[in-house]
Ligand binder design. Structure first.
Ligand code: AMP
Length: 287
């Protein structure tokens, strides 16, 4: 497995590869969820390139950029074990040379609400770094987790609109045995908080039950029940909402003939950690 820290090195390694390439962009602190993206990459391509870069432009001024975990040696060992072809791990100055004029990449509609509302500038930062990485790595496919559901929709929209010559592969969310979605930020959760963190999954399961088994068609009733479930765990709730699965527009009614599926999305905060989770609820069988 090669490791490139500069764009020049990455390009040399990339151009020496024969056969198709899958790309898995990450911020490191790798867990099984990231490794499932690597496995999915190998299902589509001969090679998998992983990037490890804690991207400063996607963090707000009061967010956790400086304390974000950076266990690089452990991450490299996990990549090696997973059979990764090469890792791109640049320093911030390599990605954003000081003095170089910045380019903005916006996907206004899909990126506007939800994370876009509660983390202003976040998706501009994500789109800019991902567009740069796509141009550097030039993969045939890129794997993104449904864990960051809105990010997946934003990147898919950007890839189509800017005609990046690659396919975006959505990958299912990996969870701990009790249902908590795996995340690099789970290390911030205290042992006292840990049982309460399951309220996210429980609220998503409740939404599924209300829609699929109780046939509730008013989104506000389901959203209120999700809020109630989360409030019981002492979270500050950024959002707990049902949305169109691709545009992420609000729904006036839960109706398979209108949306196909429904995306249930949650973001909550404790003072020491912000958690997001989501579930795609298939409506096909309601018809
Ligand atoms: P991050 O390092 O958090 O920026 O995530 C890098 C990629 O891994 C993104 O495409 C995430 O959506 C994906 N990812 C993060 N957590 C999970 C998970 N629990 N299951 C599947 N994919 C994940």
């Amino acid at each position: 497995m090669w490791i490139a820290n500069t764009i020049n090195d990455l390009r040399k390694h990339r151009h020496a590869l024969a056969g198709s390439v899958a790309f898995v962009p990450t911020m490191g602190a790798l867990h099984e969820g990231h490794l499932s993206l690597v496995r999915e990459g190998f299902a589509h391509s001969a090679h998998v390139i992983v990037s490890i870069f804690v991207n400063p432009t996607q963090f707000g001024p009061k967010e956790d950029f400086s304390k974000y975990p950076r266990p690089l040696e452990k991450d490299l060992a996990l990549c090696q074990q997973a059979g990764v072809t090469g890792v791109f791990a640049p320093e911030p100055d390599e990605m954003y040379p000081p003095g170089q004029p910045a380019c903005e990449v916006n996907v206004p509609t899909v990126a506007q609400e939800l994370e876009g509302q509660f983390r202003p500038g976040h998706f501009q930062g994500v789109c800019r770094v991902v567009a740069k990485l796509f141009n550097m790595v030039q993969p045939n496919v890129a794997c993104f987790g449904m864990k960051d559901y809105q990010q997946l929709q934003v990147i898919t929209a950007m890839t189509h609109d800017l005609a990046f010559p690659m396919e975006i592969i959505p990958c299912p969310t990996l969870r701990e045995p009790d249902g908590l979605a795996m995340s690099s930020r789970n290390v911030y959760i205290t042992p006292q908080q840990r049982p309460k963190a399951l309220a996210l999954k429980h609220a998503l399961d409740l939404a599924r039950t209300m829609i699929k088994d109780q046939h509730i068609t008013d989104p506000q009733i389901v959203e209120q029940a999700m809020h109630d479930k989360l409030q019981a765990a002492d979270f500050a709730i950024d959002y707990a909402t049902l949305r169109h699965p691709h545009t992420l527009a609000r729904l006036s009614v839960i109706d398979p003939s209108v949306t196909g599926n429904v995306a249930a999305l949650i973001a909550v905060r404790w003072p020491n950690v912000r958690l997001i989770d989501n579930q795609l609820i298939a409506l096909g069988s309601l018809r």
